[in-house]
Design a protein around this ligand. Structure first.
Ligand code: FSX
Ligand code: SF4
Ligand code: F3S
Length: 366
């Protein structure tokens, strides 16, 4: 049965696209699991898909490297094509749409007029001062304002859109700003990362479509489910950190043994993201697993927090020049701080590391 607005339901569209009832139920179970629900909740998901219509999405791209869109089209759980064809109707996206020029701009306006308050606006990239970027004769600023005005919700996909990212890094020559900071009076979901994890996006979209509301957000506007842990708290190298075993260079024995990368500049202790849990490329790996320190790409102003390959602080445990008694006392403090999984822990850890640096310098001078 069509929806109240006369549009086909997600189920009807799926049948029309050639899916059987069995295919449809398989899709519903995949979405149920991707949403983190128990399979006994699946009837709710089926019901939603049988009664709701696909959500139109307008995807704007401003100052970006297109890495965010490239990441999105590689989602594996749920697979991007399922989201794309069965849950949403991606009406405008410069990266993969066939249309161009005024026809594409007219289509964006048509969707805004036909679905006021019902479409989701995804923004990729930061927004420069009005004189720097024009699309179809209009500034990025105006396009964002106009398209956000009638959206149901805005998703800032990527660190550029969420915090300003690389274009806003010092000296920020174009006056770039986070799209999330420019949108007013709308729910804004930040999904930071440079690039962000595709599955966080597909899950967020599935949540909006199935439940008709945005997922629970943390105090910075990020989906809580994916940004509640520091990478350090879920890292498979963590046991080495706690034991004080660190790679000292990218090609030493410690690196070959898979030791902690803190001394090579790892930002895992101060970075909130789901890389260690979801991993990348369908769960294959993530930077730290493959031997590269986290550079904190999902954190505000990450590009200005460099240099990336220098440790944030000395970590005790492998130092031979310091008083072992002092090291033991400091190590306990650092480890206790490292175990706590909330924002305050980061502050505590930074403080203790600073304290340790002072103690170490004093010990060296003794
Ligand atoms: Fe920024 Fe996204 Fe980094 Fe790139 O578009 S978050 S530069 S991965 O592509 O905006
Ligand atoms: Fe993992 Fe980095 Fe923490 Fe070491 S510092 S345990 S490599 S997140
Ligand atoms: Fe980015 Fe660090 Fe994950 S650099 S991709 S947040 S491991």
């Amino acid at each position: 049965m069509p929806t109240a607005t006369g549009h086909k339901t997600i189920y009807e569209e799926a049948l029309e696209a050639g899916l059987t009832r069995r295919d449809f139920l398989k899709l519903a179970s995949a979405i149920t699991l991707a949403l983190g629900l128990d399979l006994k909740e699946m009837p709710k998901v089926v019901r939603a898909m049988e009664t709701k219509e696909r959500v139109p999405v307008i995807w704007l791209e401003f100052q970006s490297c297109s890495g965010c869109g490239e990441s999105f089209i590689r989602s594996m759980q749920p697979r991007m094509e399922k989201v794309l064809f069965d849950l949403i109707s991606l009406e405008y996206t410069e990266l993969i749409m066939a249309g161009a020029g005024s026809a594409a701009e007219e289509h964006r306006k048509k969707i805004m007029a036909e679905y006021p308050g019902k479409y989701v606006l995804v923004v990729e990239g930061s927004v420069p001062a009005p004189e720097y970027l024009f699309i179809g004769g209009h500034s990025a600023y105006d396009i964002l304002r106009e398209t956000a005005e009638k959206a149901m919700a805005v998703v800032s996909f990527g660190s550029c859109s969420s915090w300003g990212g690389i274009p806003a890094a010092k000296p920020n020559p174009t006056g770039a700003k986070a799209a999330a900071d420019l949108v007013k009076g709308k729910p804004v979901i930040r999904i930071p990362g440079c690039p962000p994890i595709a599955e966080v996006m597909t899950n967020t979209i599935a949540h909006i479509v199935i439940f008709g509301q945005i997922p629970e957000l943390d105090e910075l506007g990020r989906p809580k489910e994916f940004f509640r842990h520091r990478l350090h708290d879920k890292c498979q190298r963590r046991a080495y950190f706690d034991a004080g075993l660190f790679a000292e260079s990218f090609d030493d024995e410690g690196a070959r043994q898979g030791y902690c990368l803190y001394k090579l500049g790892c930002r895992g202790p101060t970075t909130y993201n789901a890389c260690a849990e979801l991993r990348w490329n369908g769960g294959l790996s993530w930077p730290v697993q493959s031997g590269h320190p986290c550079i904190g790409c999902s954190e505000p102003n990450f590009w200005d927090q460099g240099p990336f390959y220098e440790r944030l602080a000395m970590i005790p445990g492998t130092q031979t020049t310091v008083n072992p008694e002092k090291v033991g006392a400091i190590l306990t403090g650092v480890v206790v701080a490292g175990i706590a999984a909330h924002a305050a822990a980061t502050v505590v850890l930074r403080g203790r590391i600073a304290k340790h640096e002072k103690a170490e310098t004093a010990a060296k001078e003794e």
